[in-house]
Design a protein around this ligand. Structure first.
Ligand code: GAR
Length: 201
């Protein structure tokens, strides 16, 4: 299961970190296609610059299930086996999630199950937590609720704004997403209930 389908909506720094890890042979995988639902996403330009298959599928105004069927067709066309959400700011339909059951990963900028949904870093600051971080998890039909593959912790400083906290978390995102993809691609894990347990080589 080495062929990745990356979905993004914006900047694409997580995508670039994954592509960098593959280039540097820290991650044994291949990017089959990068798809953006927003034509203006800088991440799609970055994918093109790397010479990857980069596809824009505008989602605006389309019914969720109809759009997701187009998405599935495009992923299948390129032989994507594992779907990696990398700042993909659109909720997936149940149909899509069932089609790629336990083969969709997401990265979220909080220590789930705290602060799911939008503006997780702002939510963390407002709540007054002293530590936050990021989570890579399998996507199920709930909101940021699937089994957790890995997490990283960062401190929240009294002086933090959502921007400074986001930058500290993003550095960890770039590190752990490739590691988590590597584990899933290797198949060296098992799932017990909600627990994702890495198996030793
Ligand atoms: C990242 O911080 C990612 O965790 C977050 O969007 C940002 C995308 O940045 N995702 C979510 O909030 C998903 N709910 P990027 O486009 O530079 O990778």
């Amino acid at each position: 299961m080495r062929r990745l389908g990356i979905l993004l909506s914006g900047r694409g720094s997580n995508f670039s970190a994954i592509a960098g890890a593959i280039d540097e042979k820290r991650l044994d995988a291949e990017i089959a296609v990068v798809i953006s639902n927003r034509p203006e996403a800088p991440g799609i330009a970055a994918a093109r610059n790397r010479g990857l298959n980069a596809v824009v599928l505008p989602s605006r105004g389309l019914d969720r299930e109809i759009y997701d069927r187009l998405l599935i067709d495009e992923l299948r066309k390129h032989g994507a086996e594992l779907v990696c959400l990398a700042g993909y700011m659109r909720i997936l339909s149940g149909h899509f999630i069932r089609e790629f059951s336990m083969r969709i990963l997401n990265i979220h900028p909080s220590l789930l199950p705290a602060f799911p949904g939008l503006d997780a870093q702002h939510q963390a600051i407002e709540h007054g937590v002293k530590f936050s971080g990021c989570t890579v998890h399998f996507v199920d039909e709930g909101l940021d609720s699937g089994p957790i593959v890995t997490q990283a912790v960062v401190p929240v400083l009294d002086t933090d704004t959502a921007d400074t906290l986001s930058a500290r978390i993003l550095k960890e995102e770039h590190r752990i997403y490739s590691e988590a993809i590597g584990l899933v691609v290797s198949g060296r894990y098992r799932i017990e209930g909600r627990r994702v347990i890495a198996e030793s080589p």
